[in-house]
Design a protein around this ligand. Structure first.
Ligand code: ZN
Length: 389
């Protein structure tokens, strides 16, 4: 990506969907309209969200994930062998319904609003996952584009549901191999089309690390399947899967986004803890950038990556997408100056902690608030460029 200023301003991905887009989404999910018919409506929403970003001074834009129900379920439109189910429907397949229900409640997770793409047969890529999103956006902007894809670990854990998926794939491991291949093909297709930045979302990793008490059966971003119960083994598994996806693929910037959840505005319902425990694993990803949240106090302070790391860049979370309060330019500048103790100026990208609308039915903040937060980031970037440029 050439021609970017220092401290490029970007987004993590999602943007609140307008009510008329949600109507179309519900019609699509009920099978009353086709995907192309839905896309005609979504095109308009993408353009609105692009304009907000351009006007706010965002250097690397996204399409706001306007075509997606959420950041990983959307693959259902592109894959054969998978089916969309609400968490409420999936509840029928959970052995210990009572404790799962209690988890959802304590985490303020809207079971009826969150849809999970579940494997019901051998999975094949009928069409590219997000290439259509990239190509549409590229037609309408000259700015570099970031496309978010679900990470291979999240995708495997969320799509494999015991009692539903095990006839096609006896274990999660057997499914992972097919999903890695699908993500590799997608990364290559996006690169070949000119996409500048592909971000893999693996928010579930904080759940693995910070909530060992529910490691057997967990909810975070609708990750349903039971893990091994050993957080370190899971981190190693996630590392291998990610590197299997990116290995040997050059010519496109790659990132991994890890946050502590973004489905509730109740900060106390979301996870808490510094990245320290995750860094030895995630800094060994064969990627360019870790996109991390640091605006929420739950994330702790910015810290250096360990000496053995492969990742050079940080996508620094500098505003909280879940609160109305507006961060100040001074606040963002201070955050970046903290990060400058640990990273070179050319390796620091600025973004919100997460998207503004992870789940279609549960936006975190409306476009007007998101716009003003992005404006604050780009004003801070201007000041930093004047000082460090
Ligand atoms: Zn996030």
């Amino acid at each position: 990506m050439t021609g970017l200023p220092l401290f490029p301003v970007t987004v993590v991905g999602s943007w609140a969907r307008p009510p008329w887009l949600l109507d179309a989404l519900r019609q699509r999910q009920a099978g009353r309209i086709t995907f192309p018919e839905f896309n005609e409506v979504a095109d308009k929403a993408v353009l609105e969200c692009l304009k907000y970003q351009e006007d706010a001074g965002v250097d690397i834009v996204s399409d706001g994930e306007q075509r997606r129900d959420n950041f990983y379920s959307f693959v259902v439109e592109k894959l054969d062998g998978a089916q969309l189910m609400s968490l409420a429907e999936l509840m029928n397949h959970v052995q210990d319904k009572e404790s799962f229900d209690a988890i959802l409640r304590s985490m303020d997770a809207p079971a009826f609003a969150i849809h999970n793409t579940t494997v019901v047969d051998k999975v094949t890529r009928r069409e590219p996952l997000a290439l259509d999103e990239y190509l549409f956006l590229k037609e309408h902007t000259d700015r570099p584009i970031k496309i978010a894809l679900p990470g291979p670990y999240l995708l495997t854990r969320s799509m494999w549901v015991k009692g539903v998926s095990d006839t096609a794939y006896p274990t999660m491991v057997s499914l992972a191999a097919d999903l890695v291949e699908i993500l590799r093909e997608e990364l290559i297709a996006l690169r070949d089309a000119g996409c500048e930045f592909v971000q893999f979302d693996e928010p579930v990793l904080t759940d693995v690390m910070f909530r060992p008490e529910v490691k057997e059966r967990t909810f975070m971003c609708a990750s349903m399947a039971a893990a091994s119960g050993d957080p370190k083994a899971e981190m190693v598994r996630a590392l291998r899967l990610m590197n299997d996806v990116t290995r040997g693929i050059d010519g496109v910037k790659t990132g991994v986004h890890i946050c502590r959840g973004n489905w509730s505005r109740k900060e106390e319902a979301l996870l808490n803890g510094a990245y320290t425990a995750l860094l030895p694993y995630v800094t060994n990803y064969e990627i360019d950038q870790l996109v991390l949240e640091y605006a929420t106090p739950r994330a702790g302070e910015v810290e250096s990556f360990p000496a053995s790391n492969r990742v050079q860049e940080i996508g620094l979370g500098v505003v909280n997408p879940r609160i109305d309060e507006m961060e100040t330019v001074d606040y963002v500048v201070d955050k970046v100056e903290d990060a400058l103790h640990h990273f070179k100026p050319e390796n620091i990208y600025l973004n919100p902690d997460c998207g503004f609308g992870t789940f279609a039915e549960r936006p975190m903040n409306p476009p007007e608030v998101a716009f003003r937060k992005l404006e604050v980031i780009s004003q801070a970037a201007d000041r930093l460029r004047a000082k460090y440029g």
